[in-house]
Write a protein that binds this ligand. Structure first.
Ligand code: ASP
Length: 325
């Protein structure tokens, strides 16, 4: 064999050996989790809790980076285009399942652009209003929404966001459309509700529980079949007389497509360890939610769940003729 061929052969072998070695040593530097919504909102809250505990398990800092806007698609695009080396991840929500049907022109592939790492939690939603909203029960609020639909505004985090889906469902159930005001996330939207500048919002308990308990906002219902233990006095929408307002919002963790399988496995182990962490469980419970079972926080289980969710939402979105672009 010529020296050149020997050298090329050695280089090829070296490259093959280097890939698993890099994966074995992973991670050797801080990891970034992109949150596709603004700081201070529910996706951000879940991400910061998970990032801190995963960082301990991985022996590296896991930092949260907020890239909000366009219903979560700006942040998702950032991750889809990132190097698939395990140092840039995405923590998103149900928008991962609605985006493929809602957006026809995206600069990334909303399904094949990612490797799922695991499901994290399923969070109830709450229908809340500014503190001086002129209603105290869901029935009164629905009457106000019907009478004053032209003057009322409803906050959301852009098309495809959880708050958007819940708002769509609400408006179709009560047959009254309100003006929607989009934000880069429901963290900033909450500030507007607290300040009385926006009327209504439907958002995850991870953003609303503390404000509800402090009576800083009004609450009319939780969107789950059962009451939420962190908010025992808040009726379900069905109990309060409105059928069909049922939505829970899941969060999952993703890496860009092409991230090596051993890296995905390591991240999934760290995620599962985080979901067993007692402080994280307690904090999730205080915020009206809980981690999913360990066997749902795996790449294979999350892929199956996520693909099923895409198929669940696609016909509903198409039938509603809803497109974001
Ligand atoms: N809860 C928001 C939504 O409506 C997003 C967020 O800020 O986490 O999807």
């Amino acid at each position: 064999m010529s020296p050149t061929r020997r050298l090329l052969g050695a280089l090829a072998l070296g490259a093959l050996a280097a890939a698993p070695a890099a994966a074995q040593q992973y991670p050797t530097r801080p990891i970034s989790i992109v949150v596709p919504f603004a700081a201070g909102g529910p996706t951000d809250t879940v991400s910061r809790l998970v990032a801190e505990v995963m960082g301990r398990d991985l022996g590296q800092n896991v930092v949260v980076e907020n890239v909000g806007g366009a219903g979560g698609t700006l942040g998702a695009n950032r991750v889809a285009q990132a190097r698939p080396d395990g140092y840039t991840l995405l923590l998103h929500h149900i928008g991962m399942a609605t985006t493929p049907a809602l957006y026809r022109r995206l600069p990334y592939d909303p399904v094949n652009g990612f490797e799922p790492i695991g499901l994290i939690t399923e969070v109830p939603m709450t229908l809340i209003a500014r503190p001086d909203f002129p209603a105290n029960t869901l029935a009164e609020a629905v009457a106000v929404m019907r009478q004053r639909r032209d003057q009322l505004n409803y906050a959301n985090a852009g098309i495809g966001a959880a708050s958007h889906l819940c708002g769509l469902l609400l408006m179709s159930r009560i047959e009254a459309a309100m003006t929607t005001v989009p934000f880069r996330g429901t963290g900033p939207a909450m500030q507007e509700i607290l300040g009385g500048r926006v009327d209504l919002m439907c958002d995850q308990t991870t953003n609303t529980t503390e404000q509800i308990r402090a009576r800083a906002v009004k609450v009319f219902a939780v969107t789950t079949r059962e009451r939420v233990s962190a908010l025992p006095d808040v009726p379900t929408a069905a109990e309060a007389g409105l059928q069909g307002l049922e939505v829970t919002i899941w969060h999952g963790l993703y890496a860009p497509r092409g991230t090596p399988a051993p890296v995905i496995q390591r991240l999934s182990q760290a995620l599962q360890a985080a979901l067993r962490d007692q402080r994280l469980i307690t904090r999730f419970n205080e915020l009206g939610t809980a981690p999913v079972a360990q066997d749902q926080a795996t790449p294979a289980a999350h892929r199956a769940f996520w693909l099923a969710e895409i198929e669940k939402w696609r016909p509903l979105i198409q039938a509603a003729g809803q497109y974001a672009d």
